[in-house]
Design a protein around this ligand. Structure first.
Ligand code: C5P
Length: 397
């Protein structure tokens, strides 16, 4: 990683938040990768890191004000905003996101963002409530519509003691996103449909049949395809995961809703069906089933539509259809049979005897017409990246 960054100029805007100190580490990594870093520090950012430390690590003058005449003589702010190959805002505070989304130009950072035609990457970090506030989410949607990449913050414990999304992503993840900004986008112009997560099938108005699928693998694949330039529609069952950057998400609950959402997303060039769709649904009772001391209620099950098979045999079948197979025995034989039966081109076969559901790591085999490849044990993110690159190669060998 990092080769794509070599020789590039990054304008780094450091906003005012407790995560600002991590921007120093980012500067070090960027320089280590061979980038030139032009640092800009907002007034509030300077409360968390000093111009001296930022400037020393960057090996450049730190700009802080619109009104610095010396700076204007050296390089005006319009020029500054265009001298870069990429502008990175890290940390992007709720305030900076709001000002950028509404086109304000009331300090050096916001003016640079308004005056530029350079690609912009925002790396948000803020309190969980501020992140979840409708105003912030609205601002992010606006920024994305304007073509700005907004990374998802990490989940975890915050400096303020609360827990949830809002932490600055790890510096390695930020570096990966910066690298992706410069990398080739071989899937530009392609539409990918991805399903992820479980489905919930109601038994009565308050109960459902479900499974332990976390959605992590499908979400990672959606993000990896988007990073390679694909337009991605992610049809997600009920999971609490952040939507990856650049992905359009459609939330569904039941298998039938998922099937309808997938059909509505066509035409697509690529379909990757990762969801753990419930095979059966219950004949739903209109009222909550009661314990009445009599016999236990019988739940009549009805088979759900097979979404993968439906897409694999659809009149508007995507050029490349990929399914997943979770098996506890005869992994490869079952995967090959599934590939044929469901009309898929490729199957990613997963041995779920090893406790894969909900985990971050997995062990998969890639199965196509030619046979199978053991991809070994790896993080789900690595499987996603490898699959996305394999898909890209399929379209432009
Ligand atoms: O038959 P099985 O459930 O093992 O097949 C797994 C593959 O089929 C996965 O790609 C899954 O997303 C897909 N599938 C589906 N609709 C179903 C059942 C499975 O799309 N009703």
């Amino acid at each position: 990683m990092g080769a794509a960054v070599h020789g590039k100029t990054i304008l780094l805007i450091v906003g005012g938040g407790i995560a600002a100190f991590k921007a120093l580490e980012l500067v070090r990594e960027l320089r280590r990768a061979g980038a030139r870093v032009l640092p800009v520090l907002t007034e509030n950012g300077a409360r968390f890191v000093t111009p001296l430390s930022l400037g020393a690590l960057a090996g450049e003058l730190v700009r802080t004000s619109l009104w610095d005449l010396e700076d204007e003589a050296a390089m005006g702010h319009i020029q500054l905003s265009r001298a870069a190959d990429l502008i990175v805002v890290c940390p992007a505070t709720a305030d900076l996101l709001a000002r950028a989304a509404t086109g304000q130009a009331n300090d050096l950072a916001s003016t640079l963002l308004l005056a530029t035609d350079t690609p912009v990457l925002m790396v948000p970090a803020m309190n969980v409530r501020m992140w979840q506030h409708a105003a912030t989410q609205r601002n992010i949607a606006t920024l994305r519509d304007d073509g700005i990449t907004v990374m998802m913050p990490d989940d975890g414990e915050m400096a303020c003691g609360e827990y949830g999304p809002g932490r600055l992503p790890e510096v390695t993840a930020i570096m990966a996103e910066i690298t992706a900004q410069f990398g080739p986008k071989p899937l530009t112009g392609r539409h990918a449909l991805v399903t992820a997560g479980p489905t919930h099938e109601p038994i009565d108005p308050v109960r459902f049949i479900g499974n332990h699928s976390s959605g992590k693998q499908g979400f990672a694949i959606a993000g990896a395809l988007a990073a390679l330039g694909a337009r991605v529609t992610l049809v997600a069952g009920p999971v609490h995961l952040a939507t990856p950057a650049g992905v359009t998400r459609v939330d569904v609950i039941t298998a039938r809703d998922m099937a309808t959402a997938c059909a509505a997303a066509l035409p697509a060039d690529i379909a990757v069906m990762v969801a753990a769709v419930a095979d059966w649904r219950a004949e739903t009772a209109d009222h909550k089933l009661k314990k009445d001391g009599g016999a236990t209620p019988a739940i009549a099950l009805v088979e759900n539509p097979d979404i993968l098979a439906g897409i694999g045999h659809h009149a508007q079948r995507p050029a490349l259809v990929v399914g997943f197979a979770a098996e506890t025995r005869d992994l490869l034989a079952n995967a090959a049979a599934k590939r044929a039966r469901k009309g898929a081109d490729w199957i990613i076969a997963n041995d779920v005897g090893e406790g894969v559901f909900g985990a971050d790591a997995t062990h998969v085999h890639f199965v196509n017409q030619a046979g199978s490849e053991d991809w070994g044990a790896s993080p789900k993110q690595a499987v996603a990246d490898r699959l996305a690159h394999r898909i890209a190669r399929h379209f432009s060998p």
